[in-house]
Ligand binder design. Structure first.
Ligand code: PLP
Length: 388
């Protein structure tokens, strides 16, 4: 795995917005809550005029993420789903969108419902199935959306390969990088045109903001999407941008601890008799391990597993955990555990869930940065009880 650019990324994350206040010299970038900005005079605008269109705090955060993703334009949105929806503005009725069958349930719900209403044509495939990918690309799609690693099975897609094949038929490529953050994967460098995040997760990292961000490689595409973001009114608030910017500064140290803990949890689960299968890209047994090593600079801290004993065992496990919190979302400092079928992916029909490999026994963990001994002790007890 390459680590050469890691130090620079860390510095960029920590220094985001630091000492950019020329008026007072505030070291931490100030929060600008004003909804509107005065003109210098008749028809003489300043840089900002109205906060839906542009806001200094939001602009600082957008620039920080654009720098980390090595793109040209960053757009901060009110939620991760708003960023996903924004990308859909690139599509009109005759255009085709290709998505993976195992993307985040909320994204899947949005794409399938917009397609049902005729907003665009949709092809849902396993992007690792070469024949299915070739057939989809033969339809000359306008956009190919990739989620790698995917939610909740941590499947990996070779971004460079898909981007090359998609560009060959004139398609744009957008990558959901939520599970890794720009510190562990930079899809624009791998050939994608757009990268996006739910900043609700690792970037903010403290489970107290819902937000999104999107970065484009080409300035022109970024300007087009920024125009739409203002037009439909989905830009993020100044307060959320301030919090996410604050979270970003500790992302490098958080990610380090998250990953260290996650690897230990994965090894622990692999050995536990209550577990059927562990899905974690850091394990050599994982189907995407070699792709992860090629295109990521770390394995992240999300994992999932199949528990033995069906729904009753799942219930017993959740009932007996004291530290890991049963809740949606991920990427916060606290460890969260969830049941994708009834929680994060409940927006998908059961048949679609099964097609994507989401069973009733599948459990997802967002490994936090608590003391690893406490995380493992909690899991050990819960798993033992689940089989009793
Ligand atoms: N993409 C992924 C991979 C997600 O996990 C989520 C939310 O869980 C989203 C997008 C949507 O983000 P938000 O909940 O901030 O709207």
């Amino acid at each position: 795995m390459s680590t050469s650019s890691k130090a620079k990324l860390t510095t960029s994350a920590v220094r985001a917005g630091i000492n950019n206040d020329e008026q007072h010299g505030a070291v931490v970038s100030p929060i600008h809550l004003s909804s509107t900005y005065s003109l210098k005079g008749f028809n003489e605008k300043r840089q900002f005029d109205y906060s839906r269109t542009g806001n200094p705090t939001r602009a600082t955060f957008a620039e920080a993420i654009a720098t980390l993703e090595q793109g040209s334009v960053g757009i901060v949105t009110s939620t991760g789903m708003a960023a996903v929806h924004l990308i859909c503005q690139l599509l009109s009725t005759e255009d085709t969108l290709v998505i993976p069958h195992d993307c985040y349930g909320g994204s899947f719900r949005l794409f399938t419902h917009l397609a049902k209403r005729g907003q665009f044509k949709l092809i849902v495939i396993d992007q690792n199935d070469q024949q299915a990918l070739d057939q989809a690309l033969a339809q000359k799609p306008k956009l190919v959306l990739v989620e790698s690693p995917s939610n909740p099975l941590l499947r990996l897609v070779d971004i460079e390969k898909v981007a090359k094949a998609s560009h060959a038929v004139g398609a744009l490529v957008a990558v959901d990088n939520t599970f890794l953050s720009p510190l562990l994967q930079q899809p624009l460098k791998l050939g994608a045109d757009i990268v996006f995040h739910s900043t609700t997760k690792y970037i903010n990292g403290h489970s107290d903001v819902v937000g999104g961000v999107l970065v484009t490689k080409a300035a022109e595409l970024g300007e087009q999407l920024a125009w739409w973001a203002n037009c439909i009114g989905i830009t993020g608030s100044a307060f959320d941008s301030f919090l996410a910017l604050r979270g970003l500064k500790t992302l490098p140290v958080r990610i380090k601890q998250h990953q260290e803990n996650a690897l230990k949890v994965a090894h622990f689960l692999e050995e536990n008799p209550a577990i059927q299968t562990v899905y974690f890209p850091g394990l050599p047994s994982h189907i995407g391990h070699s792709i992860a090593k090629k295109q990521q600079t770390g394995f992240g801290a999300m994992l999932s597993f199949e528990l033995k004993g069906g729904t009753e065992a799942v219930r017993k496990l959740f009932d007996n955990l004291k530290l890991l919190t049963l809740a949606q979302s991920l990427g916060g400092v606290e460890s969260l555990i969830s049941h994708p079928s009834t929680m994060t992916h409940a927006g998908m029909e059961i048949a679609d869930q099964l097609e994507a490999g989401i069973t009733q026994s599948l459990i997802r963990i967002s490994v936090g940065i608590e003391d690893i001994e406490d995380i493992l002790a909690d899991l050990a007890y819960g798993l033992e009880q689940s089989q009793s």
